[in-house]
Design a binder for this molecule. Sequence first.
Ligand code: NDP
Length: 516
Amino acid sequence: MSTVSEPTQTSPAQDSPAQDSTEQAPAFVESLNPATDASVARFAVDGPAAVDAAVARAHEAAPWWQEQGFAGRRRHLLRWASWMAAHRDEAVDLLHRENGKPRPDATIELLMTLEHLDWAAKHAAKVLADQSHRPGLLLANFSATTSFVPYGVVGVIGPWNYPMYTPSGSIALALAAGNTVVFKPSEHTPAVGDWYVKAFAAANPDAPEGVLSVVHGFGPTGAALAASAVNKVAFTGSTATGRRVMMAAAQNLTPVVMELGGKDAALVAADADVPAAADAIAWGAMGNSGQTCVGVERVYVHRSVRDQLVAELQKALAQVRPGSEDGASYGPMTMPAQVDVVRSHVADALERGGTAVVGGLDSVGERYISPVVILDAPEDSLAVREETFGPTLTVTTVDDMDEAVRLANDSQYGLGGAVFSQARGAELARRLDTGVVSVNSVIGFAGIPSLPLGGTGASGFGRIHGPEGLREFSRTKGIASQRFPLPGVKLLSFGRAKAITALLPRVIGLRHVRRS
Ligand code: NDP
């Protein structure tokens, strides 16, 4: 396996770059360092024919991968994790250069990727083991088993904000469940995706081509993957693109799992440890330049602790600054177009009555955005309603926690959330209409491999991570086996005895008419 430190790389499809892509489609995808605009890597674009070929190779490799069984797959997946761990400096450097995040954040991303991979490899056998059930009265002579069967080939389409950890939440679980995978990374982070996929082959030279492969390109490459002969699509990205992916997958009735955007709220109750809440919220909102699907974008704080929270946020953010040098708190915006979205949200909130208590419109630079906290922006402002995906936060005062829950839930999104309260954490967490919640912390659920991750509403559906994630990448199959014939009964036969047919109404009466 070659490293990706050279400025130019090509994918395996290089021999036929874009010969099958639509007219005027670029032949190469090139990623740029968001801090310097220096080229990081260049890959030939895979058009529909190259995508179909990759999916065909994945289908060919599927029987081999399934024959490995849970033990064999565990061995291969742990070898892959070990290879990536041994080459961690390469991975961290690439994440830093291509996504822009500081090296410590890149290291955390790699570690979280490996923790989830390790969990999936070690738990798939138990989670996906056959389940036996009682057959019930009608067919007491049967055994009943639910088994979990791999789909075959899973197409994974991933984003750029956590370019290794996020797609790995689908890829590792799909592989552990016995599927082969074709992965399309974001056009902004193709080199990270390429490195991750090639690491599998480097660690497992015995595996045939096609167990895990990568296709490169822009939106049309993702669309081709969604419309291809994959058996399931796992998409992580924006809600708008998710809709397009669902439409493409619908052509073949291909099932999908959708991990989409969010507008996560943190609730701060009167009994919260306010300095600790401010510290966590500051990181949850600004870390990774706010480019985190489960980042904190809104706060609803009880009036009695509002001023203290604002003061603590100001303190916590006083030294927080973006940059690319060592010691920077977070990096540049990875995707240049996102800067305009952040600027428009801040401007709208301030024009409509919000007060900037940290930073302001001037904090939004060309590449870097310093932290912005806006107090009491109207609930219908862009910064409260739309996903900002930048290092900004709205703080809204509420008179009680019922109002906090109501406003937090008044959103098209329902991905994650956080609750800060000494006494009411669990209760408030349950009342948030989201897929995941952290109590007295932010984003904790993402670091616990045994917990499922996913959203509601415009944040998508289905679950990755944890046992639910392993089952998401398995078809459940019910198997009813007749263990022995019941002489004279023959319930499932035209030869059923008349006496049995006559008995059936009595059985209904005895079993289902309630007498109390
Ligand atoms: P996008 O929706 O822009 O892109 C996601 C992926 O889809 C990219 O690989 C992109 O390719 C590809 N794509 C683009 N157009 C199509 C198409 N028509 N058919 C198929 N694939 C297509 O999202 P971002 O990369 O901008 O990611 C940020 C978004 O992801 C945010 O909304 C964030 O909240 C969400 N997200 C959700 C997470 C979750 O777990 N719920 C986790 C992380 C992010 P290309 O880049 O080449 O255009």
